[in-house]
Design a protein around this ligand. Structure first.
Ligand code: ADQ
Length: 487
C-alpha cells in the first residue's frame, strides 16, 4: 500500500496543540485522509545529538520526531532558514543576515533528518517535503539510495530571481531543487519566478513537454494553491451577536511577522479615525499577533514598532469607555477562531507579500452567508489570485487602505452577500482535500516518469485532480505553467 510520508521542519501534535501555523494545518489535514506518517522536529532542544526518533500515534496518523540541539536550532532554524531564506524569498533582502556558519548547519540538519528518515522508507512510499527549511532533503535522500518519488512544496512566495540570486549558495539550492520529481508552489507568479531563478542560476530550460531541465535532471513545476477545511469553520444559523452591537469589530489574526503588514494596518486605522471621526467609538480593531522567532533582530524591531503605534493611536483617540486598537500578544485558541471570525464585521488581512494566507480563507468560511462580513485582502497575498471578490488593497498605499476600510464598512447587505457567495465557492472548491490530493497524484505521475513505470493512484485522488483542473479551466486563462495538476 502506498504511504504518504510528510516531512516538515516542525511536527505538531494536534491532539494537544492550541496553536498551529499554516504549514502544519495543511499537512495535518492531508494526513487525515492518507495512510502515512509525519516526520520532523518535535520542538524539543536536547544537547545529545544521538537521540533516536520517537514514534507516536496521533489521531489518524503517526508522527516520527527528533529533537534539535541548541546550535542546530540557532543556526539552522533561526539562522539560515529564518534570517536568510525567509526574508529573501519574501523579497526583503535588506533584512537578510548572511552569517558565517549558518549554511553549514543548515546542510548538516538536513543530513541528520535524512539519516533518520531513510531507514524508515519502504518501496511504495511517496515522500512529500515541505518548505524552505528543507530544500536539500531530496538530494540527501537520493544520496542514501532512496529512489521513491520525492516532491517539494514551498509554502512561502518565490521572490523575484534577482533577490534569490543574492543568496551566496543559490547554485547549491538550484542543484538541490533538481533532485525533486515535482516542485509545487502557491501561485502562477511563484511558478514564473521559480523558473526564472532556475534559468538564471543553473541554466535551467523549459522542455517542449512543459517539464523543466536543470543540470542533468528533469522535473515538473506547478501551482497548487493551499486550501482550508471549510467544514471546520462553517456554522449553521445566524451570526452570534457581540456584547456591544453598537461597535463593529475588525479582526486581524496573524503571527507577529514583518511580512504581515501590521504597522501598515495600524497606521491606516489611525488615519481612518482621523479622516472619518464619525466612526470613532463605532469600530474596534482587534489584532491578535503572538510574537514568533523573538531572538531574530528583525522580529524585535517589529514588536517595538507595533507597541509604539498602538499606544500612540489609543492615546490619541481612546476614551474612558473605548479603546480603538485591542492589540493582543497571545495566539487565539484554535477552537475559538471560528466564532471570533464570524462575529467580526471585517476580516483585515494586509501582508506585504504572503505565500497564500489561510486566515483570509478561514474568515470567508466562517461567515453567515445571509449576513456576511467583508474580507479586506492585500493584493500581495497569494490568496488574492483566487479571492478576487474580496476588497483588494495595496498595503503600501495608506489611501488605498483607508478607502478599502470605508468601502467595507459601508457595503450594503446585497453586495456583501453576492461577494461572499463567490468567495465561499472558491474556498470550498480549492479546499485542503483538493490541494493534498492533486499534489499527491501529480507527484505519483512525476515519479512514474522518472522511474519509467506506473505508480498506484486511487480513484479518489484522480477525481480530486479532475475537479481541480475543471475549476482552473473556468477561472484562469490557459497557461502551460498554471496549476499543473499532473498527468
Ligand atoms: P503562515 O505564515 O503561518 O503560513 P497563514 O497562511 O496565515 O500564515 O496561516 C496561519 C495559520 O495559523 C492559520 O490557520 C491561522 O488560523 C493560524 N494563526 C495565525 N495567527 C494566529 C493567531 N494570532 N492566533 C491563532 N492562530 C493563528 C505559511 C505561509 C502562508 C501559507 C501557509 C500555508 O507563510 O502564506 O498560506 O504557510 O501554506
Amino acid at each position: 500500500m502506498t504511504r504518504l510520508v510528510m516531512v516538515s521542519h516542525r511536527v505538531i501534535d494536534f491532539t494537544t496543540a492550541t496553536q498551529a501555523g499554516g504549514v502544519s494545518v495543511a499537512i495535518h489535514n492531508t494526513l487525515e485522509r492518507h495512510n502515512g506518517f509525519w516526520f520532523g522536529w518535535n520542538g524539543q532542544i536536547e544537547d545529545d545529538n544521538l537521540v533516536e526518533p520517537t514514534t507516536t500515534s496521533v489521531a489518524r496518523h503517526t508522527t516520527v520526531t527528533v529533537p534539535l540541539t541548541a546550535a542546530e536550532y540557532n543556526d539552522h532554524y533561526l539562522g539560515y532558514s529564518n534570517s536568510v531564506l525567509w526574508p529573501v524569498f519574501h523579497n526583503r533582502l535588506d533584512l537578510a543576515q548572511f552569517e558565517a556558519g549558518y549554511y553549514a548547519r543548515y546542510v548538516s540538519v538536513n543530513e541528520k533528518f535524512a539519516d533518520h528518515l531513510s531507514p524508515l522508507i519502504e518501496p511504495n512510499d511517496v515522500i512529500w517535503i515541505h518548505d524552505y527549511h528543507l530544500l536539500p532533503m531530496a538530494l540527501d535522500l537520493r544520496r542514501r539510495g532512496i529512489e521513491n518519488p520525492i516532491g517539494f512544496f514551498l509554502h512561502i512566495p518565490v521572490g523575484p530571481a534577482q533577490a534569490l540570486l543574492a543568496i551566496p549558495e543559490h547554485r547549491e539550492h538550484a542543484r538541490a531543487l533538481s533532485a525533486y520529481d515535482l516542485i509545487g508552489v502557491q501561485t502562477p507568479a511563484d511558478v514564473r519566478n521559480l523558473i526564472d531563478f532556475l534559468q538564471q542560476s543553473a541554466f535551467g530550460s523549459i522542455l517542449p513537454s512543459g517539464r523543466i531541465r536543470v543540470f542533468d535532471a528533469e522535473l515538473d513545476i506547478g501551482c497548487f494553491p493551499v486550501g482550508i477545511e471549510p467544514k471546520d469553520f462553517s456554522l449553521p444559523g445566524p451570526a452570534i451577536q457581540t456584547e456591544n452591537s453598537e461597535t463593529s469589530r475588525i479582526i486581524g489574526i496573524d503571527r507577529l511577522d514583518y511580512t504581515k503588514g501590521l504597522p501598515q494596518k495600524f497606521r491606516a486605522f489611525g488615519k481612518f479615525l482621523e479622516e472619518y471621526p464619525d466612526y470613532r467609538r463605532r469600530i474596534v480593531l482587534s489584532q491578535f499577533a503572538p510574537p514568533t522567532r523573538e531572538s531574530v533582530e528583525a522580529y524585535a524591531d517589529i514588536t517595538d514598532e507595533l507597541e509604539a503605534l498602538s499606544g500612540a493611536i489609543n492615546g490619541r483617540f481612546g476614551e474612558l469607555d473605548w479603546v480603538p486598537i485591542n492589540y493582543i500578544h497571545r495566539p487565539m485558541p484554535r477552537n475559538e477562531l471560528r466564532d471570533v471570525y464570524r462575529t467580526s464585521r471585517i476580516g483585515w488581512v494586509t501582508p506585504l507579500l504572503d505565500g497564500m494566507n489561510l486566515v483570509a480563507k478561514e474568515y470567508v468560511a466562517s461567515q453567515d452567508p445571509f449576513d456576511p462580513g467583508v474580507l479586506i485582502l492585500s493584493k500581495f497575498a497569494g490568496a488574492a489570485a483566487q479571492l478576487t471578490d474580496a476588497v483588494l488593497v495595496n498595503p503600501y498605499d495608506p489611501n488605498d487602505m483607508t478607502q478599502g476600510l470605508r468601502l467595507a464598512l459601508t457595503m450594503p447587505n446585497d453586495e456583501r452577500i453576492a461577494r461572499h457567495a463567490k468567495l465561499a465557492s472558491v474556498v470550498r472548491e480549492f479546499d485542503s482535500e483538493a490541494w493534498g490530493s492533486s499534489y499527491f497524484t501529480a507527484l505519483l505521475h512525476a515519479g512514474s516518469r522518472r522511474l519509467g513505470k506506473a505508480l498506484n493512484s486511487s480513484p479518489e485522488t484522480n477525481d480530486a485532480v479532475d475537479r481541480l483542473r475543471a475549476i482552473i479551466r473556468k477561472s484562469r486563462p490557459p497557461s502551460r505553467f498554471t496549476a499543473h495538476a499532473g498527468r
